[in-house]
Design a protein around this ligand. Structure first.
Ligand SMILES: Cc1cc2nc3c(=O)[nH]c(=O)nc-3n(C[C@H](O)[C@H](O)[C@H](O)COP(=O)(O)OP(=O)(O)OC[C@H]3O[C@@H](n4cnc5c(N)ncnc54)[C@H](O)[C@@H]3O)c2cc1C
Length: 468
């Protein structure tokens, strides 16, 4: 017990016990860390706030509930005291989500875990369970999760649903809004909290909305029949050939893929993990059903390239670097090692003319930009971005070599606005600025039911309504 503690922290300690409530500066600062350094824009803003407000940003304590009952008691106390709460999983997200605008409490959900329950077609687990643990449990029963964040070995399922959106498998199965989540349980933030269950599209406003809408305590995810996945690296003389291969393999529904992504010639030297097989030119990173390797190789040859087997994918480390940790969010890590001043822009190409988008950007920015290209088969994202042509979204990670330069990321986004190029802004932690939510009304409505005092992740949803 600390005599300087606020009434709310004392009450939480009395109710949940000392082990569940940490209020030392060391504990608080440790739990506020995430991966936002990947955005120079967010990092600059955090540095500015830390200098002005101190590293704790007014946070009073970290709370670690270990049961849904703990969550209900905590929510009741927070609601009565009107104290802000920032949910936290493993802290792997990179959007500045663990830098609360109004201090309050950080809620560490990693204690809310348990053995995943696998049924035919689904896997259920508490929100603090690691996604990799759910995948292993599903695989033990001949099934798998259709989409995994590349951080699956450390990230929680609740954190992925509330903070992430796509990953390994998205080129076939889309993003979190596309039928991957069957059911979630949510505890409301009220003096008398309720526990509610949401199914199907009722869940949508809770997804990728930065923990603003409700406290997720349990998730039931869709499970599909298991595949044996092969990690493969492709080499092509030019990026245009690599991306033509990726476009064809991603849009041919006979192929079962976890990922197919084309890499610009200028990015390939950064893939030092693959130095033992590296070849000059552009590349492709591929995870494909093992039975389809031979067909995929023939397709690569028809585009002037060749494929090299790397290893069979496993949900636990094999000791050899995995292609699964070179794609989606993970490519930011190897690119930053190679180009420390880089920043990333998430751009969506015109499905009918993907090369045209690259041409426009290259014409304006030249070698300042390096490209990666993949496809996300997400009906939800296509609708959200107002894209009517095609049923798969060509997505690019655009690497901005000098992106740490003040104003550079804004300049790229402004050019995209002018040229009608769609993008998702990964340099903001405000839902309205993200680019995927042109209509926040359903999010605002559900939040006002589940969190009427606007205590969760305050500031991330600017349009939130606050009951006094
Ligand atoms: C190297 C790297 C690779 C990545 N790859 C991917 C990728 O492939 N796909 C992808 O989608 N993302 C990716 N990310 C982003 C992030 O890792 C994932 O989204 C991850 O699943 C987040 O889980 P977490 O447990 O770390 O959540 P955190 O980062 O702790 O939290 C994420 C958000 O969820 C909220 N939250 C957490 N738990 C709950 C809960 N129980 N109830 C309500 N809100 C909650 C938090 O408030 C926060 O807003 C990557 C990030 C990095 C650094």
């Amino acid at each position: 017990m600390n005599s300087g503690e606020s009434e709310v922290v004392r009450e939480l300690r009395e109710t949940l016990g000392d082990q569940a409530v940490r209020s030392s500066s060391e504990d608080i600062i440790k739990l506020m860390q995430d991966e936002s350094w990947l955005s120079p824009v967010l990092q600059r803003e955090l540095d500015r706030r830390n200098a002005k407000e101190g590293a704790k940003l007014g946070v009073q304590a970290v709370i670690r509930p270990s049961s849904e009952d703990d969550v209900r008691q905590m929510a009741a106390i927070a609601a009565r005291h009107r104290v802000a709460m920032t949910p936290r999983g493993a802290g792997t997200s990179n959007f500045g989500l663990l830098a609360p605008e109004e201090g309050g409490l950080i809620i560490d959900f990693r204690g809310l875990t348990g053995e995943p329950e696998v049924k035919d077609g689904s896997v259920r687990a508490p929100a603090g369970t690691l996604q990799g643990k759910m995948e292993r449990a599903a695989r033990d029963k001949g099934q798998e999760m259709p989409v995994l964040t590349t951080t699956y070995s450390v990230a929680t399922i609740g954190g992925w649903l509330c903070g992430g959106h796509a990953g390994l498998g998205s080129s076939v199965h889309g993003a979190v809004w596309d039928g991957l989540v069957e059911e979630v349980r949510v505890v409301t933030v009220e003096e008398k909290p309720r526990t509610l269950t949401f199914r199907g599209h009722e869940i949508d406003p809770l997804l990728h909305t930065f923990g603003t809408v409700g406290i997720v305590t349990e998730t039931t995810m869709r499970a599909d029949p298991l595949h044996e996945w092969l990690e493969v690296v492709g080499f092509f003389p030019k990026f245009a050939q690599a991306s033509a291969f990726v476009q064809e393999i991603s849009n041919d529904m006979r192929y079962r893929l976890r990922v197919a992504t084309a890499q610009d010639e200028g990015l390939m030297p950064g893939l030092r993990q693959l130095s033992s097989i590296m070849q000059p030119g552009a590349g492709v990173l591929l995870i494909i059903d093992r039975d389809q390797f031979s067909d995929a190789s023939k397709l690569a040859e028809s585009h002037g390239g060749s494929l090299v087997e790397w290893q069979v994918w496993k949900p636990t480390s094999t000791g050899k670097p995995s292609v699964a940790q070179m794609v989606y969010g993970h490519r930011m890590l190897w690119v930053k090692r190679y180009l420390p001043e880089a920043a990333f822009c998430h751009i969506y190409y015109d499905a009918d003319r993907p090369d045209e988008t690259v041409r426009l950007l290259k014409e304006r920015f030249g070698d300042e930009l390096l490209f990666e290209m993949k496809f996300i088969r997400s009906p939800w994202m296509l609708r959200a971005l107002g894209i009517k042509n095609g049923d798969s979204l060509p997505a690019a990670l655009c690497v901005v070599r000098n992106g740490s330069e003040h104003g550079k990321v804004d300049e790229i986004h402004a050019f995209c606005d002018g040229a009608g190029i769609k993008y998702q802004n990964a340099h903001t932690n405000v839902i309205e600025e993200n680019g995927l939510f042109s209509n926040v009304e359903p999010i605002v409505r559900l939040k006002s039911e589940l969190d009427p005092y606007n205590l969760l992740s305050r500031g991330r949803l600017r349009s939130a309504v606050t009951r006094q």
